[in-house]
Design a protein around this ligand. Structure first.
Ligand code: HEM
Length: 501
């Protein structure tokens, strides 16, 4: 008789069949969690909960459907974990600001990587607080002013490339062109490396950078569902593909070494090296007692800047170009505002750039219609009663915030699907509903790179609109098709015409 581990196959099969009800109970024991609490929501599947719906649909569109069907507070399941979705501005004020100390973390990673786990976005509790304090000065306006010139340099190459495309009368893929530009900016600012992604896409850093955010299909399910210790046993350190990330870490180590040997520059890398050195002097120890963490601190944050800063900003620029192409009147009004802000050398300075209300309004409206991150998330650090909903969020439970669905709600924005920058003009801002606009999140854990991103977007669009005109063309996607399986709200492609003025 065939045997396995000393048991006959018959006995094994019998054991498996009799334990099926137990396995089923284990996988579905939470499925009535929200129902029992009187909270509406989509029906979950065993083990996967509502994750399959998330794989089949772009998150923004899924959330619009959910909010229409279940209202502003409803329950979903990430795997077997009950997660509360909250789209009610008053409750968001409680979670993100008033009681931030009870919701200061995002979801804990279920994997353990010596560098990736040390990045600010994923760090938790006191580690996060300390890192955020160390890193905040990196994004002060004084420091950004010093980096302004680095962004201008990357822009020169981009404008040169657009010139050729416009002359040849080619349609452009605005998504890819903006990705190239924002990549060059972050390569320069965070890795002290000059790249020209428009002309040299095969450059090693460009190639690796493009792949850092690719999920490994094999690791995806365990990394999202299994507890940390099982992933450790399976040697799964991250759900990302590791090789391109290792390349980025090696490059950072190499650049940091140069800085420690006296090379200096006005970039993020320098600010991180200086901030880390100052912190070590103050505390006479690194972020943890383990000396190696000092090194990992810089690698982890530079890597995060690449991850958090390049695609988000490119996405915003892509959507902005799209709306300008579709709304020629807005584009002309913007052109008329920026044309007067340039000096005789064709430059615009940092202060002037910040003082252009229509440019600011056009960007704000773009980020309302297309927030780069369609959802925010917070973990409850203790049991918390949520406003007067009668719901108590339990310690360790996740709250997710469907930002896109809030931004597209007629409750908060009249004609929410229409591109209307005027909503954000200074004289109309009083009509905006508090906590119904958060493309950069809000509260103490909002986007640390917001001012840098806005400076980069403003500078890029002001220069482009001064000299070029985006146009709708035969291939322009109507409407935009969003990609599945990504936390970012990113289009599959954005095709536009481009004309020289
Ligand atoms: C248009 C561009 C960008 C958008 C729309 C954006 C959006 C966001 C959002 C929504 C969050 C989460 C906030 C929350 O949970 O409340 C976030 C966090 C973060 N962003 Fe950005 N971001 C952008 C650009 C950047 C850039 C350029 C950098 C860095 C160079 C950056 C670095 C970060 C970091 C480090 C965090 C985590 C902050 C923390 O946990 O303390 N972002 N961003």
């Amino acid at each position: 008789m065939i045997e396995l581990f000393g048991f006959s196959l018959f006995n094994l099969a019998l054991g498996f069949l009799t334990s099926l009800p137990l396995i089923y109970w284990f996988l579905t024991k939470n499925n009535n969690y929200w129902k029992k609490m009187g909270v509406k929501g989509p029906q979950p599947l065993p083990l996967f909960g509502n994750l399959l719906e998330r794989c089949q649909n772009p998150v923004p569109l899924l959330d619009i459907g959910y909010v229409q069907k279940y209202g502003n507070v409803f329950g979903i399941f990430n795997g077997t974990d009950p997660t509360l979705m909250v789209a009610e501005p008053e409750l968001l004020k409680q979670i993100l600001v008033k009681e931030f100390h009870k919701f200061s973390n995002r979801r804990e990673l279920r994997t353990e990587h010596p560098i990736i786990n040390k990045n600010l976005f994923n760090s938790m509790g006191e580690d996060w607080k300390r890192m955020r304090t160390i890193m905040s000065p990196t994004f002060s306006s004084g420091k950004l002013r010093k980096m302004y010139h680095l962004v201008e340099q990357s822009l020169e190459e981009y404008l040169g490339h657009l010139e050729v495309m416009a002359r040849d009368g080619k349609y452009i893929n605005a998504k890819v062109l903006h990705q190239n530009f924002t990549f060059d900016v972050i390569a320069k600012c965070a890795f002290a490396t000059k790249t020209n992604s428009q002309k040299d896409p095969n450059n090693k850093l460009v190639a690796a950078g493009r792949k850092v955010f690719i999920f490994s299909a094999i690791k995806m399910v365990p990394a999202l569902i299994f507890p940390k210790y099982i992933n450790k046993m399976l040697n799964i350190r991250t759900l990302l593909v590791e090789a391109p990330n290792e390349f980025i870490f090696d490059l950072t180590r190499h650049m940091v070494e140069k800085r420690r040997n006296g090379e200096k520059s006005n970039d993020f890398l320098q600010l991180l090296v200086d901030a880390n050195a100052a912190d070590n002097n103050n505390n006479n120890k690194d972020l943890s007692d383990d000396k190696i963490d000092s090194h990992h601190f810089i690698e982890a944050q530079s890597w995060l800047f690449l991850l958090a800063g390049f695609e988000t900003t490119a996405t915003a620029l892509g959507h902005l170009s799209y709306e300008l192409g579709l709304n020629p009147d807005v584009q002309e009004k913007l052109h008329n505002e920026v044309i007067n802000a340039f000096d005789l050398d064709g430059k615009i300075n940092y202060e002037t750039l910040q003082s252009l209300p229509y440019l600011d309004a056009v960007i704000s409206e773009t980020l309302r219609m297309y927030p780069s991150l369609a959802r925010l998330e917070r973990e409850a650090g203790e049991d918390v009663k949520l406003g007067d909903t009668g719901i108590t969020v339990r310690k360790g439970q996740m709250i997710e915030i469907p930002v896109y669905a809030i931004h597209r709600s007629e409750k908060y924005y009249k004609n929410a699907d229409t591109f209307t920058p005027e909503r954000f003009m200074p004289e109309n801002r009083k009509d905006l509903v508090p906590y119904a606009y958060m493309p950069f999140g809000t509260g103490p854990r909002n986007c640390i790179g917001m001012r840098f991103a806005l400076m980069e977007i403003k500078l890029c669009i002001a220069h482009i609109v001064k000299s070029f005109r985006f146009t709708k063309c035969a291939d322009t996607e109507m409407p935009i098709k969003f990609m599945n399986l990504t936390p970012l709200m990113t289009a599959e492609s954005i095709t536009l015409g481009i004309e020289k003025r």
